[in-house]
Design a binder for this molecule. Sequence first.
Ligand code: FES
Length: 281
Amino acid sequence: MYQIVRKQTLAENIILMDILAPRVAKHCLPGQFIIAKTDEIGERIPLTICDYDREKGTVTIVVQTIGAGTSRMMSLNEGDALEDFVGPLGCASELCQEKNLEETKKKNIVFIAGGLGTAPVYPQVKWLHEHGVDVDVIMGSRTKDLLFYIDEMKSVAKNVYVTTDDGSYGFAGMGTDQLKALVDEGKHYDVCVAIGPMIMMKFVCILTKKLEIPTIVSMNPIMVDGTGMCGACRLVVGDEVKFACVDGPEFDGHLVDFDQAMKRQQQYKTAEGRAKLALEE
Ligand code: FES
């Protein structure tokens, strides 16, 4: 069993949990994910690692209620335990690997975090900062109340630009609008990392293609079992078929077929929605 040592509400329907899982904490790297299960009958929930403390043996996850499994997880409190916490899974971020560090140091990097995407972006920005690479971060959400981790991000990034679709905080507009504004002002980026809702990543890639900025995306949103067996995360990347959970989650965003991936994600949402209804009955 894996104890919940901290639970904090970040925004409506979004919570953060520190889970005591020393083995995962010892080996995980930014970009990887875990599979959590609340109890014996609970479904397997893939969640990106948001932070980790190797000394305390804890792994931080951020959970948003989207279905029955996440609702059940949300109802647990500090002192309760998860039945399963398997990981680290998936490939670590290419930018956050010691072997690539010299190359990474030469690049101007911008991250675009949309909504819950802030959670997987944070450990990458933190790792880069700790290794002498300071990056710009654009954090966007629909509205002010859904923003989280602004201060934490500011403590590890060179510049943080906050955007809200409704203009209730920071720049009024989307992450893509902010990126375009920065480039128009003369900023130059060699790499963009976009993590967030699929539709956001799709539009970031349309823009960065025009701006000729190579772009990495994280295809976490389409995972279901996270083991390479269910097929839910199957993706077309260029001429190849890939599985987000084993080959990714990061891919070259300019090669991903987002329309096909979004269709697959819709099927998953329908199943989640049905499960949620059953839970509420
Ligand atoms: Fe099931 Fe990748 S999430 S195969």
